[in-house]
Design a protein around this ligand. Structure first.
Ligand code: 5GP
Ligand code: ZN
Length: 119
């Protein structure tokens, strides 16, 4: 993966502290912060600090880091009280997936019934 300058990527800039975000969990390799335009009562984005464009690239290049992103998402789900009622964890990927920010991020959504996935 080509190196990406933090100035070129919104979420790299959040990792660098150049753009403020409401961080709910941080590990050595991952960061979780609240979505600026929440689509559910709980809407948290979970990212690797290292830049990967999308989940396919991340999973192919670094399966261990992929697992760390999922583990951070699970820990946030527990912190937010979502484990009992359930939640949605999704990666929008590429044009058809509706991805708008090309630094891989898991959307953690919960706190209310979310309905059918594409509604
Ligand atoms: P995508 O469509 O790429 O899967 O989702 C990008 C998400 O990033 C959207 O849900 C959008 O609300 C969120 N977002 C965009 N800009 C910012 C920002 O500056 N800060 C935060 N916290 N979230 C952002
Ligand atoms: Zn980035």
């Amino acid at each position: 993966t080509a190196p990406v300058s933090p100035t070129d990527c919104l979420f790299c800039r959040i990792v660098a502290g150049e753009i403020p975000a409401t961080v709910v969990r941080e590990t050595g390799t991952t960061l979780a912060f609240r979505d600026i335009d929440p689509k559910a009562p709980v809407h948290v984005l979970v990212i690797p600090k290292e830049h990967y464009a999308d989940v396919a690239t991340l999973a192919q290049d670094d399966p261990g880091l992929t697992a760390e992103v999922l583990a951070t998402a699970a820990a946030v789900a527990e912190d937010e009280g979502l484990l009992g009622d359930g939640f949605r964890l999704m990666f929008n990927t590429g044009a058809y997936g509706g991805q708008e920010v090309f630094h891989v991020h898991a959307h953690l959504l919960g706190g209310a019934p979310l309905g059918p996935m594409l509604a």
